[in-house]
Design a protein. Structure first.
Length: 417
């Protein structure tokens, strides 16, 4: 029996068994979902994300536009434009895409190279013209991947077979943010379901290898399964689980409601949510080590923002109880605001890494800014406080601003303009 067929059968059975205990809150798309005793002010939320976005526009990243770390920023800037109605942020993303002709990153199976493609596909979907040349590089690369899948077992705990790299499959938790949202959106844009079938198969392999069924968290990769903190706790990296949790939300945005295995992903999202709720600290932050807050006893912004994004998305989509998760969203967002400088810089972002590690409080990164923009934009949607502007109209306004938009990256190898 194929992996995808097994997944579909298991998903259907899980949905049936879960029906008596799951609480579903149906919320119409676009309807305001205001948590009980809401203290979030939409004007303040909008002002905060615009302040952070403006700082990032004025402070370009040293990374190439195709780098995975730029992907959350692109999506966050697109969302900031969509929710506030200000086209300047989308214009900067458009400029970044045109500099590289909307290319993907890695020319291999590496998930990190697929991450920025999510933003390029969003732009394609927003455009009423749907220019086919934008899709061409995606179709070419992903057809090569899904038609020639790597089937060898890969893991960070052993040497890969000759000619392969450990990262040629989704062997680390972060990959579940980098690739699946791009694949589900590509399937929507093309109408070709073999992209989501590939995503199903690869996602399940990663889930089986890295998900802890007792703790409901993901190990960053297999090398951490037997690791323990000095306090004897399992090592579950906050941002790694943030990537998974937010990646589920982004993927489910574009996975059809009647997709055969959709309930596997919604079920996983709902299984992770109570564990993440319990891991939130009294100050509203999530610390780098989810099971051991004393491991690195400080709130970390990128992981916290990804969890806030996921929770408010879950409330808005009717997967999470507003009375339970609304207060956590409010605590989390208010904590995030303490990490944004008066000039808009997002601080307390753990640098590139793979595990809970101490970091400089002034540490900043584009993915930290992007996560904050994504979370704030989703809060505005939940509050029913988004700008009333058609995506196609916004895109046209942004296109008129491309020439004056800033470059989001100060380094760009082989840029075309």
């Amino acid at each position: 029996m194929s992996t995808v067929r097994s997944l579909r059968m298991g998903c259907a059975l899980a949905c049936i068994l879960a029906l008596p205990v799951l609480v579903w809150i149906r919320v119409a798309e676009g309807q305001s979902v205001v948590p009980v005793e809401n203290t979030l002010n939409p004007q303040q939320v909008a002002a905060a994300i615009k302040l952070a976005a403006d700082w990032q526009l004025a402070n370009p990243s040293p990374q190439d536009p195709r780098h995975w770390s730029m992907a959350p920023l692109y999506d966050g800037l697109i969302d900031t434009s969509l929710t506030t109605g200000d086209p300047r942020y989308l214009a900067a993303v458009l400029r970044a895409g045109k500099r590289i002709n909307f290319e993907l990153g890695s020319r291999t199976y590496h998930a990190d190279g697929h991450a920025a493609g999510h933003a390029w596909l969003r732009i394609y979907v927003m455009d009423p013209k749907r220019e086919p040349e934008v899709l061409e590089p995606f179709v070419k690369q992903f057809n090569e991947i899904v038609e020639n899948p790597i089937t060898e077992e890969l893991s960070f705990t052993k040497e890969p077979p000759p000619g392969l790299r450990v990262t040629d499959r989704w062997t680390w938790a972060d990959a579940l943010y980098m690739a699946p949202p791009t694949l589900t959106l590509l399937a929507q844009a093309t109408g070709d379901k073999h992209y989501t079938r590939f995503m199903d198969a690869e996602f399940r392999v990663t889930y089986d290898a890295l998900f802890d069924p007792e703790e409901h968290f993901f190990y960053r990769d297999a090398s951490y399964i037997d690791e323990r903190t000095l306090n004897g706790e399992k090592v579950f990296w906050s941002r790694g689980n943030g990537w998974v949790y937010a990646g589920l939300a982004l993927s489910l945005n574009d996975l059809p409601a009647d997709y055969p295995t959709r309930c596997f992903y919604t079920g996983l999202f709902q299984r992770m949510s109570p564990a993440l709720l319990a891991a939130q600290q009294p100050d509203g932050h999530w610390y780098p080590s989810l099971k051991d807050p004393l491991h690195v006893p400080v709130g970390e912004t990128s992981g916290s923002a990804l969890f806030v994004l996921g929770m408010v998305w879950g409330v808005r989509r009717g997967l999470l109880d507003p009375a339970t998760y609304g207060p956590a969203v409010q605590r989390g967002w208010n904590a995030i605001l303490t990490r944004i400088d008066p000039n808009g810089a997002v601080n307390f972002v753990q640098p590139f890494g793979e595990a809970p590690k101490p970091f400089d409080p002034t540490s900043r990164a584009t993915y930290g800014t992007g996560a904050v923009l994504l979370a704030g934009s989703e809060i505005l949607r939940a509050l029913g406080a988004t700008a009333q502007v058609e995506p196609g109209t916004l895109l046209k306004q942004a296109e008129a601003l491309i020439e004056e938009a800033p470059d989001l990256s100060s380094a760009c190898k082989d840029c075309e303009w």
